[in-house]
Write a protein that binds this ligand. Sequence first.
Ligand code: FES
Ligand SMILES: [Fe+2]
Length: 328
Amino acid sequence: MPIPYGWFGVGYGAELKAGDVRPVHYFGCDLVLFRNESGEAGLLDAYCPHLGAHMGHGGQVEGDSLRCPFHHWAFRPDGFCSKIPYAKAFPPRAKREPLAKSYPVVEKSGVIWAWYHPDDVAPMFDVIDYPEFTDPAFAEPIKREWRFASNPQEIAENGVDVAHFAYVHAMDAVPEGETDYEGVRRRSVARGHRTIDLPTGERKQLPYSVETVQNGAGQKFTRLSGLVELSLLVIATPVEADDVELRFCFTHPRVEPGSPQEKAIEAAIESTCGQKGVEGDIPIWHNKIHRARPYLCDGDGPILRFRRYFEQFYADGPDGSRLVEAAE
Ligand code: FES
Ligand SMILES: [Fe+2]
């Protein structure tokens, strides 16, 4: 499948200090990520427009720019060349337009988001900020990361694949709840009750809710409420068309260290990440193919509706083939 367009997480803001320069590889491209001395993060094509040095290897931040290690040309986060130390006349084209290819970058929820579009179309929507990830009343983000052969669509589709919950995760299906599709956003809220056995031997019915927001191909947010309050950012970033980096970033209102609430939060994180969660899915995603025309039955979730939504993120359509209901 092609690489969809959207905002994709390329790192955490707190892990990129002013002056840091890092070679990275996303969207099938060698790139350089840096933070200048004014605190602005930049993501540029790694190869210098001058004679092609990789600026992520030996490049250094100088003021508001990244300086290439080869002849010390310097580039700002917007791709404009700010300095050629030995040119007698600064080239007119370099004054007019950016020489280096740059990716739009924003920082929200503690994540550095880069906009990718295969035709370099400017951002068509915004990243959603979830302030709890940078709120001191909330816990320091708890981060997990995986990399495997897959793509953002397969990962996102998992949430509407209601039948797999019983077989992969040995759990009851998560009801889809009320879902609403609006342009690039899909929101769903599922509410229910869970029976909890308390250590006192008592049984209790606790209401819970799971709220999710998918915002374009690269940003998903989940909020669990009930026994625990937990916010999760799911960040799926294409490395290549069939190679993905998946980050989970959790936070929750601060709780007493060692308290039963803290144990419950740890257990919820473990079940979201472990075999009952994403680590149950990863080996399947890693080895599967994408069936553009799946053979579905009546117990399957709203997979085709979800695909019609996700299809909009492919500049040239998902694979050239129309989606059809194959269960006949
Ligand atoms: S190759 Fe970068 S300055 Fe020459
Ligand atoms: Fe799953």
